[in-house]
Every structure is written in structure tokens, then in C-alpha cells.
Design a protein around this ligand. Structure first.
Ligand code: TYD
Length: 201
């Protein structure tokens, strides 16, 4: 089973992912917990280039291709082998992030983003949890962090486009994408997520 989590900045994915991981581990499932961009040695190097707050001159096409490159390496090295071995893969962000951020918010369009992500398209998740939150709240939550990366620093308008992109994606994929109201407590959200996964089992 391939499970992904999506959401804007400050949506609280990490805590929820850890709760789900603990729950699945307590049932003796073999779980691989991973993230994008990154998840492999080469992917983490690509991640550093993409998120470096100094790289403000990075072109949107370059950015999109780098996310896709990190994803290709991740699929080949981590995701595909784990799924073939019958493990549960939980991934913090996947192709939907590229659609919301690059295709919609950066206006590169779906055609381009899907083309460079052709490999990922063949391995779409079984279920995706999108934690929906007003970016005004999300950005406020992360404003106290010591280090903000290049995308965290993007303007509110950009993050609003990301949210609109996710909501469009969720509307187009109602079978796969579950929208979760990110205003709830982390415990409540974790309970909802776990209930959905139990339903799938
Ligand atoms: P990260 O620190 O992992 O963010 P978060 O904790 O919010 O998940 O940084 C990843 C950033 O990269 C985040 O702003 C979303 C963005 N991103 C894209 O724009 N496209 C992508 O395909 C992916 C995977 C991430």
C-alpha cells in the first residue's frame, strides 16, 4: 500500500505521519517512512539545491525538473522496491505537490509537469491525505521556525494558489484524495487518518 500526505506550509503533516507510522508498526506491519524532495542520498542533494533560500534565481522549469529528478531516484531506489516487497510506504509529499506547486501555483501547466513526471504517474498512491488549511494560518504557524526555506518564503498569494491547486486536484480525484480539515487538533486528524486506513484494510 502506497500512502501519501499533502498540504501547504504549516499544515502539520509530520506529526500526523508519525502517529500513523506508530499505529501501523504496532500492528507489526512493515512500514517505510520517507519524504520528498529527498528520501535518497542523491535526492537529498537535489533537495538542498531546491530549498536553499539563496537560490532565488532558480527558474520555475529548473525547479520542476529537479523535483521530478529527486522523485525518479526516490521511486527507483526506495518506493518501487518497498512496494514490491509488500511493505507499506508512507511518503510525505509526492507527485500531487508538483501539480499544486509547479503546475498550478507556478503556472507551468499540467502537461509539462506530468510529462517530466511520467515515471511517477505509473505509481500513483492508493490513498492521499490532503491536510487543508488557510495559508494565513499555516504561514503564521511556521513563522516562529529558526530557518525558513525558499518556498516557505514565497508570498501569501503563491500559497493561496497552491491551496486552490490542491482543492482542484482533490475534486478531480475523489476516490484517491481525502481532504482533511487542518484546523482540527493533530490528535483528531491522526484519528481520522487511522480510521480511513483501517477502513482500507
Ligand atoms: P519541506 O521542508 O519538506 O516542506 P513541508 O515540511 O511543508 O513538507 O519542503 C518542501 C517544499 O517543497 C514545500 O514548500 C513544498 C515544495 N514542493 C514542491 O514545490 N514541489 C514538489 O514536487 C515537492 C515534493 C515539494
Amino acid at each position: 500500500m502506497f500512502i501519501t500526505f499533502e498540504g501547504g506550509e504549516g499544515s502539520g503533516k509530520t506529526t500526523i505521519i508519525n502517529s500513523l507510522n506508530n499505529f501501523l508498526a504496532s500492528l507489526q506491519h512493515q512500514v517505510v517512512l520517507t519524504r520528498e524532495p529527498g528520501g535518497t542520498r542523491i535526492g537529498e542533494k537535489i533537495r538542498d539545491i531546491i530549498l536553499d533560500a539563496q537560490n532565488i534565481d532558480i527558474d520555475p522549469y529548473t525547479e520542476s525538473i529537479l523535483f521530478a529528478a529527486s522523485r525518479a531516484q526516490h521511486l527507483k531506489e526506495v518506493i518501487i522496491p518497498a512496494l514490491q516487497a509488500g511493505k507499506i510506504v508512507i511518503c510525505d509529499r509526492f507527485l500531487d505537490s508538483s501539480i499544486a506547486y509547479q503546475a498550478y501555483a507556478r503556472h507551468l501547466g499540467l502537461d509539462f509537469v506530468l510529462k517530466v513526471n511520467n515515471l511517477a504517474l505509473q505509481y500513483q498512491p492508493d490513498i492521499t491525505f490532503y491536510i487543508d488549511l488557510d495559508p494565513i494560518i499555516g504561514l503564521k504557524r511556521i513563522s516562529t521556525r529558526d530557518k525558513l526555506d525558499r518556498l516557505d518564503r514565497a508570498q501569501l498569494e503563491f500559497h493561496q494558489k497552491v491551496r486552490a491547486g490542491y482543492l482542484t486536484l482533490a475534486k478531480d480525484n475523489p476516490q484517491r484524495i481525502i481532504i482533511i480539515d487542518g484546523n482540527q487538533s493533530k490528535e483528531q486528524i491522526a484519528r481520522l487518518v487511522i480510521a480511513h486506513i483501517q477502513g482500507l484494510f
